[in-house]
Design a protein around this ligand. Structure first.
Ligand code: HMG
Length: 474
């Protein structure tokens, strides 16, 4: 696709982004051996090779502050340039005090006391989707010209942690992405009036108060993710056509008009499956479907009750088996693979070496897309990116944006491995020790340098209970 149409509304979007990834990781082979799993299942079935683990002196707030500081330093920003600082997370540290205040406290160690006092912001929560709501709200704050010429920073920061021995354990990870939201952005301008959401009361994945790890219905969560993102996509499609953003000719699919996709990535394979689900949904009524079916060699199965609930579809074991076979065959077709290679593969690279970042996953995917498209020497100026964001509980948000001409100066020299820095591989015993809180927070595996770390929780007196202290280590 060539340069896309965008409306004449003031362009607002992502000007730049910075990441912070902790330095400890687990290798999938060590993990597979310890848990008695075939390593091929982790590498290909899930799509994980290195899983990020936080050190004893790290939490979601210091990861957020580290990403934020990097973003500010590389853009030579002063606190006065920032009008809002939002943090989206599901790894909250306090039932009342927002994570932004911790982050501001850390940043003020660098920029001076009260240097952010003029700004505003909140901590946002809706599992993995809240960062997308934060971006949307801040983009509209700028569009409404409430921003007094200031930019917003949205930070997404999380620690994905599951019960030891559970099937979620190999989808762990940690990290933060900070994004600068501005008028006339250099990187990506959001398409206006097309952002679409769904919301539904669900218990696919949740973490009741006081519990460190979530309660998860894995199979249910996978299907719910696919259905909710597809429904948000249907609504996006209706808006994109109605507003004239995208014009679809006979025989075309809206997916033909989206140049690159980035979706929520609890694990790499989920991105591949989400693309397959979306393409099946969009193509099934088009003339090209006959050729797809011919290549597959058998018809697409239908559930006994096509209008049934997720539970009834999952209980229809005959259909589920047949559908899995069909999905796997579809993912082998030249039709799927052409779209996958061209439009999605670049966004999945980071997930394999970092793991799930909850709120930050899709934005790490976007960062991955920029870097790996550049490595392939693809010029993506003017290309439309489709975002499929999902949060358990549940809500989905679909939106899009167009890559801006100045993106090249930001993407130039992007190198994920270099940016993460040298990493320390944990043995399974060391990992187990971290999980059982055997080490205290001042006994970290990695010596922190040029970053914020947690130094103390709670003072010696009752009025300091729960107070978290951070410092910047040079
Ligand atoms: P599982 O038990 O590992 O699933 O659970 P599986 O046995 O079906 O295996 C997964 C894949 O590995 C399958 O491929 C197998 O065929 C394959 P697929 O059918 O998917 O194409 N496999 C192998 N491949 C190669 N060699 C082998 C081999 N053996 C099997 N030897 C599950 C997977 C994701 C359910 C689990 O890890 C889990 O519960 N994770 C946590 C929940 C989750 O991530 N859900 C995703 C959707 S919900 C979401 O994304 C929201 C979330 O991020 C939270 C939030 O919003 O805050 C989680």
């Amino acid at each position: 696709m060539s340069i896309m149409r965008q409306s004449s509304i003031m362009p607002v979007g992502i000007d730049d982004l910075a990441i912070y990834i902790p330095k400890l990781y687990l290798d999938y082979r060590d993990f597979a051996e310890a848990r008695g799993i075939d390593p091929q299942k982790l590498e290909y079935g899930i799509g994980i090779r290195k899983m990020t683990i936080v050190d004893t002196n790290q939490d979601s707030a210091c990861m957020a502050a580290n990403a934020c500081l990097k973003l500010m330093q590389r853009n030579h920003l002063e606190p006065n340039d920032i009008g809002r600082l939002y943090v989206a997370t599901e790894s909250g540290l306090d039932e009342s005090k927002a994570m932004n205040s911790f982050v501001v406290g850390m940043l003020e160690q660098i920029y001076g006391e009260d240097s952010f006092e003029h700004a505003g912001g909140i901590e946002c929560k809706f599992a993995c989707v809240s960062g997308s709501y934060a971006l949307y709200d801040n983009a509209n704050w700028i569009r409404a010209e409430e921003n007094n010429n200031k930019a917003a920073i949205v930070v997404v920061s999380d620690i994905a942690k599951y019960d030891v021995g559970s099937s979620g354990e190999y989808t762990q990870g940690a990290g933060a992405v900070a994004m600068l939201i501005k008028e006339v952005p250099r990187l990506l301008s959001f398409d206006p009036k097309v952002t679409s959401t769904t919301i539904k009361n669900e218990y696919d994945f949740y973490r009741p108060f006081g519990k460190e790890t979530p309660l998860v219905n894995g199979t249910y969560s996978n299907l719910l993710y696919l259905i909710q993102v597809r429904k948000a996509f249907d609504s996006y499609k209706e808006k994109a056509i109605r507003t004239g953003l995208i014009r679809i000719n006979d025989g075309e699919s809206i997916t033909d008009h989206i140049d690159l996709f980035t979706v929520h990535l609890p694990y790499r394979k989920m991105g591949e499956k989400a693309l397959a689900y979306l393409l099946r949904h969009e193509w099934r009524t088009l003339p090209r479907w006959d050729s797809v079916i011919k290549e597959i060699g058998f018809a697409e199965p239908v559930p006994k009750d096509p209008r049934g609930t997720i539970e009834s579809i999952l209980a229809d074991t005959e259909f589920m088996k047949a559908d899995e076979r069909f999905r796997k065959s579809f993912m082998q077709t030249s039709f799927y693979n052409e779209v996958y290679e061209k439009k999605m593969s670049s966004s999945l690279e980071a997930s394999s070496i970092i793991g799930n970042l909850y709120t930050a996953s899709m934005y790490m995917g976007f960062r991955s897309l920029l870097e790996y498209e550049d490595k392939k020497n693809h010029n993506i100026e003017g290309k439309r990116i489709g975002f499929g964001s999902y949060g358990s509980g549940s809500s989905a948000m679909v939106f899009s944006g167009v890559i801006q001409p100045a993106y090249k100066e930001i993407v130039k020299g992007m190198n994920l491995e270099e940016e993460i820095g040298s990493r320390t591989k944990l043995s399974m015993d060391q990992y187990q020790g971290l999980r059982e809180n055997e080490r205290n927070l001042n006994d970290s595996y990695v010596r922190a340098k040029d970053e914020f770390v947690l130094v103390r929780i709670g003072g010696s007196t009752a009025d300091k209970a729960g107070v978290r202290e951070y410092c910047y280590c040079n």
